[in-house]
Design a protein around this ligand. Structure first.
Ligand SMILES: O=C1O[C@H](COP(=O)(O)O)[C@@H](O)[C@H](O)[C@H]1O
Length: 244
């Protein structure tokens, strides 16, 4: 079923994808924060540090606020974004600003934050510096929280970016790629598919019926990854969190 009022039960998820449905965005954010805190805590029991890669955009604010209050050993947690818009941190479009104002608060202010945005007027000019900064981060990522746009992008893997083939190439050794999607007002930087797809735990966090329609479209032709890059993540092991 496609159209207004689409429900999670209208979607046939492939085997191995678990879904959790929230009654509303606040309840979903709290369930996701509980689940992510458990994932980080489990990792910290067996490793000196744990990493958490999060998405920007409008969806994650209540999740960030709920997670920031969790009693974790935040000093041992590395936080980074999966993508960034090339704007100053003061800009309302800055994903870094969103993370600083909503996640890196309370106990979570002790986390180590890896900024993808570096001084420079274009991401393509500073990719080397970003790569060097990310060398301090242990891979694979432990916990990855992805969002999705209604064009099927996730992170800044946009279908209309000329750099997409390089960002999707699993044999590309880079951790980040500069992206110039035709549809977007700003340049972007994104973690590559190689880095993202190796994460130990991957969550796709969606809110709203429109996102269910997009998800249904993505599931309909799973092999056409370049047309809807989120398809690269719709595989066994994915945890889907959705609320109206
Ligand atoms: O531009 C972006 O969009 C996606 C989806 O954002 P939302 O506002 O629909 O939640 C996000 O996952 C990505 O990190 C962000 O840069």
């Amino acid at each position: 079923m496609v159209g207004a009022g689409m429900k999670m039960s209208d979607i046939a998820l492939p085997a191995g994808i678990q879904s959790q449905i929230g009654r509303n965005s606040q309840q979903l954010a709290e369930s996701l924060a509980d689940a992510v805190a458990d994932m980080i805590e489990a990792r910290l029991k067996v490793a000196p540090r744990a990493s958490l890669a999060v998405s920007g955009g409008s969806t994650p604010v209540p999740f960030f606020r709920a997670l920031a209050t969790k009693a974790l050993d935040w000093k041992r947690v590395d936080v980074l974004l999966v993508d960034e818009r090339w704007v100053d941190e003061e800009s309302p479009d800055s994903n870094t600003r969103l993370v600083r104002e909503n996640l890196l608060q309370a106990g979570a202010s002790d986390a180590r934050y890896f900024a993808l945005k570096q001084p420079g007027n274009s991401p393509s000019k500073v990719l080397g510096a970003v790569e060097r900064a990310l060398e301090q981060l242990t891979l694979p990522l432990d916990v990855l929280i992805l969002g999705m746009g209604n064009d099927g992008h996730t992170a800044s893997l946009f279908p209309d970016a000329p750099e997409l083939p390089r960002a999707l190439a699993i044999d590309n050794p880079s951790r980040v790629v500069a992206m110039t999607p035709v549809s977007q007002p700003q340049e972007r930087i994104t973690l590559t598919l190689r880095v993202l797809s190796a994460a130990r735990e991957t969550v796709l966090y969606l809110r709203g019926e429109d996102k269910l329609e997009t998800l249904a479209a993505a599931l309909s032709e799973p092999d056409q990854v370049a047309a809807m890059p989120v398809r690269a993540f719709l595989k066994p092991g994915l945890k889907l969190f959705w609320s109206p």
